[in-house]
Design a binder for this molecule. Structure first.
Ligand code: UDX
Length: 443
């Protein structure tokens, strides 16, 4: 199949590469000539495990091309996939300008029957809007379809090649058939439905996962007060198949480019039809507050942070990505600096992207995890990168000026901590410090 993918962000690039991996001819289009130049030179502008070799091998075999020429790419394609950004407007609503601009350009290049799919996360009714825009310029036959994307950053290639399900919202049997054929090599779990339901499935899925996270975070906060352990609670809950074990990891809340944006957009979509989505509003509020648990624990351990050096392990919103969009680290560090702390930071991949978004003279940018610990009066783990999870805690303790470890992702077990003199503050589990080795001044 000849496919043209408009937009080479996370979704567009990963999808384009994976469709070409299945033997399709794919043209990835982007307005940004620098990005296209980077991609033509065989480099991936984002950090995403597994993407680089797949891109190189498919480009070498001539199945994968990169261009700024939308008209040519669309003219050659049977299927056009719109994967441009839908960033939030100040009121939370998704900004549709890039979708609409893409639809106009597609319209000008139409030269026969094609299926135009929207993969970007868009409010219900957007596909119909895309249809209307194309129809004002092109009188021939075409179909629009909704093809929501469920990939996660960091595991995007695996999620795309081996998805749990594919959702197709189609307006005709012809479009549904073409999209089924394309996706059968990925999975047999294909849900074909109407366009509006497909658009809603994406928002509802992300909102539900965000709800699970905020739910377990609130349970964690209660566990801290009643002396229970949220890891045990989540394990016990998750074995019930109706609940499921995933997305019950308590921590400092969700970040990234999807959950924060999509939850707020769904609240807005509901508001537009005069529905007050109270549950989701609470999910967003709980999530915003959860990150400040790290600060509460710092105050508990150090009394105040003024003039103190606080070490930060992890800046990206989750491991295996350099993405810092809506990362809890942004607000935590901002608050620490506002309170007069000095901050030492390290992230295996997210340093550059973080620094572009946030810089301050009170931040020391370290080159290794242990440099952060060296001389800091507390160490906060904010992202569960494996190099932090497997760190030598004796070395960490020796490096710290005060042996305080705030574990925002619950990655260490009590057995690991017991052998150290660290004062350990996890999320939703009892605070632990080995009294015999522990310096009283920290309590
Ligand atoms: C998410 C959805 O999973 C994906 O289907 C959708 O297409 C895009 O949004 P992504 O944002 O890449 O993907 O990451 P994900 O792994 O879902 O994690 C999102 C956030 O939730 C991260 O900040 C993560 O740390 C947090 N999280 C996740 C938790 O705090 N606890 C959990 O149990 C799971």
């Amino acid at each position: 199949m000849n496919i043209s993918v408009i937009g080479t962000g996370y979704v567009g690039l990963v999808s384009g590469v994976c469709y070409s991996e299945l033997g399709n001819n794919v043209s990835c289009v982007d307005k940004d000539p620098f990005k296209i130049e980077i991609l033509r030179n065989g480099r991936v502008p984002i950090y995403e495990p597994g993407l680089q070799p797949l891109l190189n091998s498919n480009a070498a075999q001539g199945r994968l091309k990169f261009t700024i020429d939308t008209v040519e790419a669309v003219a050659e394609a049977d299927l056009i996939i719109i994967a441009v950004g839908t960033p939030p407007l100040p009121n939370g609503e998704a900004d549709m300008q890039y979708i609409e601009a893409a639809a106009k350009e597609i319209a000008q290049a139409m030269n026969g029957y094609k299926v135009v799919c929207v993969k970007s996360t868009v409010p219900v009714g957007t596909n119909e809007r895309v249809r209307a825009i194309i129809a004002t310029h092109y009188s021939g036959q075409f179909d629009v379809a909704s093809l929501p994307e469920f990939l996660r950053e960091g595991t995007a290639v695996k999620d795309t090649l081996h998805p749990d399900r594919i959702v197709i919202g189609a307006e005709s049997e012809r479009a549904a058939q073409l999209l089924k054929e394309l996706h059968i090599p990925f999975t047999n779990e294909i849900v074909v439905t109407d366009i509006r339901s497909a658009e809603m499935i994406k928002y509802a899925s992300n909102a539900f996962l965000a709800t699970k996270i905020s739910f377990i975070n609130e349970i964690a906060n209660i566990c801290e007060k009643v002396g229970a352990d949220v890891i045990e609670v989540a394990k016990g809950m998750g074995l019930d198949r109706r609940i499921g074990a995933s997305f019950l990891r308590a921590g400092i809340g969700y970040g990234g480019s999807c959950f924060p944006k999509d939850t707020k957009a769904l609240i807005q979509i509901a508001g537009n039809v005069e529905y007050d989505f109270k549950l989701l509003k609470a999910v967003v509020e709980v999530n915003r507050h959860q990150r400040f648990g790290v600060l509460d624990k710092l105050f508990q351990a150090l009394d105040n942070v003024y003039g103190k050096t606080i070490g930060i392990w992890g800046l990206s919103f989750k491991p295996e990505t350099d993405d810092v969009r809506e990362a809890p680290a942004l607000e935590i560090i901002d608050r620490l600096i506002e309170l007069g702390a000095k901050v030492k930071v390290y992230d295996p991949k997210g340093m550059e992207s973080f620094r572009r978004m946030y810089d301050h003279p009170s931040i020391t940018w370290c080159e290794a995890a242990m440099d952060v610990a060296q001389g800091s009066e507390a160490l906060c783990l904010l992202t569960e990168w494996s190099e932090f999870v497997t760190a030598d805690l004796a070395q960490v303790e020796a490096a710290l000026a005060r042996p305080v470890l705030i574990d925002g992702r619950n990655v260490f077990s009590l057995d690991q901590i017991r052998n150290t003199g660290l004062a350990y503050y996890p999320v939703g589990r009892p605070v632990f410090h080995n009294k015999s080795q522990y310096s009283q001044e920290v309590i």
